[in-house]
Design a protein around this ligand. Structure first.
Ligand SMILES: [Zn+2]
Length: 268
């Protein structure tokens, strides 16, 4: 059996629609071995409705911890998806190191004051090539910061399906190189399929570059409701198999462990 995991799930502690227990029962039914929660956390904005209220953080961590101890047919992990801002490394590190979690996901939703994924209006009147490169530069800084175990949807800037004019391969090559160097894992995020983009993050044309650098990988749904756990995973696993991957990574108390992934067992 393939050891199936999903580390990118939101409950109603932030902007998910259900209690952790509902996700867990769905995951067990779908044959998952391990799932982790990843509530949105933003240290610098208190007005974001999709983020966990900082005062609820201790409740969230103790709630998930109590579930870990109740279940022996599935492993449960505690994580956060934390907005990265260049120059704010110390503040982010102070919070992450104070939390008893299994993994920290770094994400870039903001360029300056604005989110890149809320509305296509953000892109109006701007050069998409310039924004694309700028976005990658922030992702590079996030990787080099050493703050995160993996990066969420590392090319989220593709969300609205706008196309980089030219060949973006050198950017992906550098991304893979930095992930390998700084021991940051790659997420295949299947939620891009549900966006105007209609594809996974990252651009799967470049998956072989990550394999070549031996960047550890995990497949995640970015689920905001239980029904999305594991959505499109067999397609993602097939892509990993085609790229030559033979293992996937798991996380426990901020340590990464590699698990053999025999993709030849895929039934699809
Ligand atoms: Zn995100």
């Amino acid at each position: 059996m393939l050891y199936i995991t999903d580390y990118h799930i939101y409950t109603n502690y932030s902007d998910g629609t259900a209690e952790p227990e509902e996700y867990i029962s769905t995951a067990i039914k779908k044959g998952f071995k391990e799932i982790g929660f990843s509530e949105h956390l933003n240290l610098f904005r208190t007005d974001l409705t999709w983020c966990i209220d900082m005062q609820k953080v201790p409740d969230y961590i103790s709630h998930i911890s109590s579930l870990k101890n109740q279940l022996d047919n599935i492993k449960i992990k505690t994580g956060f998806e934390i907005d990265y801002y260049p120059g704010k490394e110390k503040e982010i590190n102070d919070i992450i190191s104070s939390l008893n979690i299994d993994y920290a996901i770094g994400s870039i939703h903001f360029i300056g004051e604005n989110t890149v994924d809320s509305s296509e209006d953000f892109y109006n009147g701007k050069s998409f090539n310039d924004i694309f490169v700028h976005y990658f530069e922030i992702v590079f800084e996030a990787i080099k910061s050493g703050l995160f175990d993996f990066i969420a949807h590392c090319d989220l800037i593709r969300i609205f399906g706008l196309k980089y004019q030219g060949n973006p391969e050198p950017l992906y090559r550098h991304l893979a190189h930095l992930m390998a160097k700084h021991e940051v894992a790659l997420e295949i995020n299947t939620n891009g399929k549900n966006k105007p983009l209609g594809e996974f993050y990252p651009d799967v044309r470049f998956l072989h570059l990550f394999k070549k650098e031996n960047v550890p990988v995990c497949v995640n749904s970015d689920a905001h409701n239980p029904g999305r756990i594991g959505e499109y995973f067999s397609e993602a696993y097939q892509l990993l198999k085609d790229a030559g991957y033979t293992e996937m990574c798991t996380f426990n108390r901020r340590e990464r462990y590699m698990i053999p992934a025999d993709f030849s067992l895929l039934s699809t």
